[in-house]
Design a protein around this ligand. Structure first.
Ligand SMILES: Cc1cc2nc3c(=O)[nH]c(=O)nc-3n(C[C@H](O)[C@H](O)[C@H](O)COP(=O)(O)OP(=O)(O)OC[C@H]3O[C@@H](n4cnc5c(N)ncnc54)[C@H](O)[C@@H]3O)c2cc1C
Length: 388
């Protein structure tokens, strides 16, 4: 591994990999570190199906698309959609091979700004010096565990949904899921299919509709941002809010129709418009749980399908270094310019952490190509200025 390099990419998920592919295309020498598709391999359960379709591919150059992958394998959309995590991972593996991306499977422990760029201290003892750094670390440090709920839950009684992927461990057990959106319902179906004795879903709203989400309008919007990076942030606030709300409604007020019949089971009990009032662990180890508007239940474990909320201060390698003290932060998000650059020259932050300035689509893989193109453009411009 070269330890003096123009660009370091931290994260080897969809955003980091697309960035690496595009950097190669532009001829930007770089190193990419992280565990390849770690979040998808370790924090999504086997059998999970994606909400996104084959159009959300990784290639900013539109060459190694999911369409191409399907064509080479003699498959059609009908054969693979809704896409499984396993299918998506096989596409990503093919993409990595085609683009000849070499991921260094190690973590950054500490990132520091230096006199001439950045120093990243890796788990394997190596230090990398880079002029530019792209942070593409996804959601994993941003799990949302609402304080108001946590105070009522005994220690060890709960797990965030993204840390609960071994459904078989709940065979013959009773599970309460707190949360009422797609992952709460999908976890319920998977738990039932893995042999759970009972699954309760408690959420504070009505049951969302099982109906097809429409994401088609998002694609042109994201492509447009690649051409006109200021487009979203220059919209009147009301329009920004309307777009965010529309996306929110597609994602959160709808459940995928393919879940409906997997949920209608005697062992899965929906508790809409309910709140947990108390949870006590009794001598037998079971949890006695009271709700405001539903009968008491007994459960063995609680899963918090409570989503994610960006707080850049949670990122361990930033906490360790000297970056956080200098980084401009608003509402716990880093402030970034139209090229994802923070106020620290050369430091770019993308993916979900870019959502405040770029819009909520940046929590999804639809945005990987636009992100890579804009960051690539900015780095190329800086490099050409330096050469002059
Ligand atoms: C239940 C669920 C379902 C989802 N379904 C979809 C879907 O259908 N379609 C869709 O588009 N999106 C979906 N998403 C969102 C999707 O997971 C994210 O958009 C995507 O993973 C973000 O990509 P990323 O590359 O930023 O981060 P990730 O995929 O999370 O990858 C993060 C990378 O950072 C690395 N990393 C972390 N810490 C360090 C460190 N200290 N040093 C070096 N590397 C580090 C990790 O090893 C990993 O390689 C879903 C999310 C969840 C939770």
């Amino acid at each position: 591994m070269q330890n003096q390099i123009p660009l370091l990419i931290i994260g080897a998920g969809p955003f980091g990999l697309a960035m690496s592919a595009h950097a190669k295309y532009l001829g930007i020498e770089h190193v990419i570190v992280g565990k390849t598709m770690e979040f998808w391999k370790e924090h999504m359960p086997e059998g999970m199906l994606l909400r996104s379709d084959s159009r959300w591919h990784l290639d900013p150059e539109n060459e190694h698309t999911i369409d191409k992958f399907l064509e080479l394998n003699g498959l059609t959309y009908n054969d693979v959609e809704p896409l499984s995590v396993q299918f998506y991972l096989s596409y990503v593996q093919w993409f990595i091979e085609k683009k000849q991306i070499e991921v260094f499977e190690t973590y950054v422990q500490k990132l520091e700004e230096d006199t001439d760029g950045f120093k990243a201290y890796l788990d394997n003892g190596i230090t990398i010096h880079a002029k530019f750094v792209v942070i593409a670390i996804g959601l994993q440090y941003f799990k949302f565990l609402p304080g108001s709920l946590m105070k009522d839950l005994p220690q060890g009684s709960y797990t965030h949904s993204c840390d609960f992927v071994d459904m078989k461990s709940m065979k013959n057990k009773r599970v309460l899921i707190l949360g009422g959106r797609q992952s709460a319902f999908e976890w319920a179906a998977l738990l039932h299919e893995a042999g759970a004795k009972a699954v309760y879903l408690s959420y504070r709203h009505d049951t969302p509709q099982f109906t097809q989400s429409d994401w088609a309008w998002v694609n042109p919007m994201i492509d447009h941002i690649a051409e006109e990076p200021l487009w979203f942030r220059e919209l009147p606030l009301q329009e920004q809010e309307n777009i965010s709300k529309k996306l929110w409604a597609e994602g959160r007020l709808k459940l995928e129709p393919w879940l409906a019949k997997r949920i209608k089971k005697d062992t899965i009990k929906l508790l809409p418009s309910t709140r947990l009032l108390s949870c006590v662990r009794i001598e037998s180890g079971e949890l006695k749980i009271m709700f405001d508007k539903a009968p008491n239940i007994t459960a063995d474990h609680i899963i918090l399908a409570t989503g994610f909320k960006v707080n850049i201060h949670n990122v361990p390698f930033l906490r360790e270094g000297n970056i956080l003290a200098k980084l401009s932060v608003r509402n716990d998000f880093p402030e970034i310019d139209e090229y994802f650059q923070t106020n620290i020259t050369g430091l770019f932050i993308t993916s979900m952490a870019a959502g405040q300035d770029f819009g909520p689509f940046f929590g999804f893989t639809i945005a990987v190509r636009t992100s890579a193109k804009l960051i690539g453009k900015c780095i190329m411009e800086s490099l050409s200025v330096q050469k002059v």
